[in-house]
Every structure is written in C-alpha cells, then in structure tokens.
Design a protein around this ligand. Structure first.
Ligand code: ADP
Ligand code: MG
Length: 324
C-alpha cells in the first residue's frame, strides 16, 4: 500500500496509535496544538534538526527503522550537549505520495522505540506531500534547572578538554557504505548513533562541564565553536584522540585526518576545570562510558594540533558546512 491510498489523516492516526501516553502531556497529537506540563523550576531547551534524502541520508544505505532512530537521536544529542533531560518532540514530515506504507511503519517503529528508550513523547507535528524526496524535521524539547544548563561559551583557559566514546567512526562508516559495505561497527556508528544523554545530564547535574557541544561536524570544527564563543584557544594532543580498533584498521596512513574532520559521531566534547578532572574520570567509570582527555583550553585564539612526536599537525580539513 502507498501513502496516497492511506491519506494524510490516515497516516497521522497510524502514527498517533503508536504513541504511549505521558503524564507531562495532557493533550498530545490530534488537536491544533499540544499541551505540556513543565517541571517546576526548569527552563525548556528546544532544538530542531532536518534530515533530507540525498543530503543527510541515502535510502539505499539505510533501512527505515534505523533512519527513524537516527532522526530522533541527532536531536537528543543536541539536548544532551546542553545537559538537558529530553521530554517531548514534534515530527515534521514531507513524503512522496507513492512512498510505500511499510517504509513509514518501519520509520515510526524505529523512532518510537528510540523515544521509549529515552523517555520522550511524540506530541505533534506536521505532514505534507513532497514533490522531491523524503524530508524529516524533528523538534525536541528538554528541561533542566537554568543554573545547570551547559553552554558553548563557558570554557576557561586551563580547562581540560574531554571527549566521550571514539571519533572518526561515523565518517569511516560512510566511506564503507559508499564502497558497498552494509554492516559492521563503523557502518552502525554512521547509521545508528547513540546520543550521550545520560553523560550530558550527569555532567550538568554534577556541575562539572564549563562548556559542552556534541560532535556533529567534526572535532576541530566543534571545538572551534566552543573556542569562538568562549573567547579562548585550545591545544589538542592527537595521540590522545580516542580511536576505535575498527577505525584504526580502516583509516589508512593518517589516522588523524578523518578523526578530526569527520562528523556525525554524536559524542560529547566538553571542558572541565583542571581540579575536577578526577571527578570526571570517576563519573564516567560509574557510567561505564569511555572518556578521554584530549587537550586543554588556552588563552588567546586558534586550535593547536600536536602530533604524538610533539610536532604541529597541519590540518588540511574543515568540518562539514552545508553551503561551503
Ligand atoms: P493543523 O492543520 O491544525 O496544523 P494537522 O492536520 O496538521 O493540523 O495535524 C493534526 C494533528 O496531528 C495535530 O495535533 C498535529 O500535531 C498532529 N500531526 C500532524 N502530523 C504529524 C506527524 N508527522 N507526527 C505527529 N503528529 C502529527
Ligand atoms: Mg498542521
């Protein structure tokens, strides 16, 4: 069956049926607007990301269920980077009329399983026909006490710089997909990123991070955003970059290029006052999540990249920029 046979309202009904009720949502999908009950003493953090067929995803690479998971994951990652607890989301869809219904069923199953995993509720959206490909727009809402929200602008000279997980995997996975590989660790890092929600919330609530960002455009580009907004520089020891064994096996002679410039890892990059370094390592030990100290914040501007043999590394790359 195609979407044109089901119709817009048939599709919305089908989506709504999969949504679990939540006490914070007295009025969800179905009316002109949804009603949400805020948690007292919190501010709402809100973020929006678009995923366009041909720009962000290729339907020949990814199954709809995984695409549904990723479409929510990238938004949850932005909330995590603020230290926010994710709460609700809205879903905008532009879909070709001849799209098979199984595609949407798979997509929604993936999205709603991700929603359940992170305790967020779909509260509304918009649906229209597309004359081109599939377009997905997710707006996610999270909450945090205002004094605990972690911005990009708080890094101080002398702070340590940390990264969760490993970097470069998603970019290497995209390379594999383009070469026809369809499974494995690197491919799953590209298609099915895991937003670091627990880590972001824990860092905020322990008041450990002075600045934080999620790595969607690449380590250098995203660290650059922190530096610019904080009015600081940084030095990164490339020998400390967390690289997976699978990435090392795939990356060719220069392991640093893609690890520094490849986007979409959705790890957290954050700064911490030196004296709190021990607490960070303890916290991540308790969570069972890898964390690596990759460098430090400097007064001034610019990012110095230092090779393991203590020489400056000449980066030939930039992060991802849609218009560049
Ligand atoms: P309106 O014309 O008033 O904007 P719509 O017909 O667009 O209303 O939407 C009807 C209801 O269905 C609204 O509650 C809206 O939030 C919800 N809705 C529409 N599209 C989606 C979607 N893709 N996902 C979730 N809810 C949706
Ligand atoms: Mg509408």
């Amino acid at each position: 069956m195609k979407l044109e046979e089901l119709g817009e309202f048939g599709l919305i009904d089908r989506i709504a049926r999969g949504v679990a009720p939540s006490p914070s949502v007295p009025l969800g999908i179905g009316d002109d607007a949804a009603a949400l009950v805020p948690t007292p003493q919190t501010v709402t953090l809100i973020t929006c990301d678009m995923l366009l067929e041909g720009v962000h995803f290729d339907l020949s690479f990814c199954d709809p269920r995984t695409l549904g998971r990723k479409s929510l994951a990238v938004n949850l990652s932005d909330l995590a980077a603020m230290g926010a607890r994710p709460r609700q989301f809205l879903l905008g869809l532009a879909l070709p009329a001849d799209l098979p219904l199984e595609f949407m069923d798979g997509f929604m199953a993936g999205m709603l399983e991700q929603a359940e995993r992170f305790g967020v509720t779909l509260v509304g959206g918009d649906t229209c026909a597309s004359k081109g490909g599939v377009a997905i727009s997710v707006t996610a809402l999270g909450e945090q006490r205002p004094e605990l929200v972690v911005k990009r602008s708080g890094a101080q000279p002398g702070d340590f710089i940390y990264l969760t997980g490993t970097v470069g995997d998603a970019a290497a996975g995209l390379g594999e997909l383009r070469r026809g590989v369809r499974h494995g660790f690197l491919v799953s890092r590209q298609l099915d990123p895991q937003p670091r929600v627990a880590a972001g919330v824990a860092l905020a609530e322990a008041e450990l991070a002075s600045a934080m960002i999620d790595v969607s455009d690449g380590v250098v580009a995203d660290l650059g955003h922190i530096c610019q907004l904080s009015g600081v520089g940084a030095r990164v020891q490339l020998g400390r970059l967390p690289l997976s064994d699978q990435y090392r096996a795939d990356c060719g002679p220069d392991p640093f290029a893609l690890a520094l410039s490849g986007g979409e890892d959705y790890e957290l990059l954050f700064c911490v006052a030196k004296e709190n370094g021990g607490r960070v390592e303890e916290l991540f030990g308790e969570m069972g999540l890898r964390v690596s100290r990759i460098g430090e914040v400097l007064a001034g501007e610019g990012i110095e990249l230092i090779t393991p043999d203590d020489r400056p590394y000449r980066a030939k790359m930039h992060g991802f920029d849609h218009f560049a």
